[in-house]
Write a protein that binds this ligand. Sequence first.
Ligand code: MN3
Length: 202
Amino acid sequence: MAFTLPDLPYDYHKLEPHIDAWTMEIHHGKHHAGYTKKLNAAIEGTDLAGKDIVDILTNLDMENSAVRNNGGGFYNHSLFWSVMSPDGGGTPDGDVAAAINEAFGSFDEFKKKFAAAAGTRFGSGWAWLCVHKGGKVDVCSSPNQDNPLMPGVGCGGTPILGIDVWEHAYYLNYQNKRPDYVGAFFNVINWKEVARRYSEGK
Ligand code: MN3
C-alpha cells in the first residue's frame, strides 16, 4: 500500500492574496508529489512498506536519508495544507488558546516567537508549534524536511502547526522577504484544525 498525494482541501487560488495560486500549484503538484513518489520508491520492498507515516518518522533511522527527506516532505506538506484555510486567520480559542497563553503569556508573544523561529531558520526548513503529552506547547524549527516526530529533532512532541520556509514556498510572490510571507501566513492559519491536532496530540 503506497502513499498517495493528498488532495488540497481548497483550490489553488483560495489562499490569495496571502499565498498565490502559482506557488500553491507548483508546491502541491510538483514538490509534494515528488516527495510522495520518492518516499514510495524508498520504502518499496523494505520493512517500512505498509507502515503508517507517523510510525515511520517516530522510529526513523536518521542515517536513512531517502526516507528522512521524502518521508519528512510527505508528512510536513500534508500537515501544512491542512493547517491553512481560506477561512483562516484570527486567533485560536479553547484548550489550544489556553496552552498558548500558558506557554508564551499571550497570543502576540506566541506570534513573535513563531515568526522568529521561522525567520531565523537559516536556509531551508520549517517552524513548528508542538504539543507534548500533558498538553504543554512550544515553538521550534528544523532544517530541510526534518520534523519534531523524528528522533532528536527540534522540540520533540507532536507538531500541530507548521510553516514551510523553503524558498519554493514563497519566492514567486515574496522573493527574499521571508518575514512578509510569515506575516501573511497568520491570515490563513486554520485554528480549528490546529485545535483538533492539539486535542489528539496532548
Ligand atoms: Mn515545501
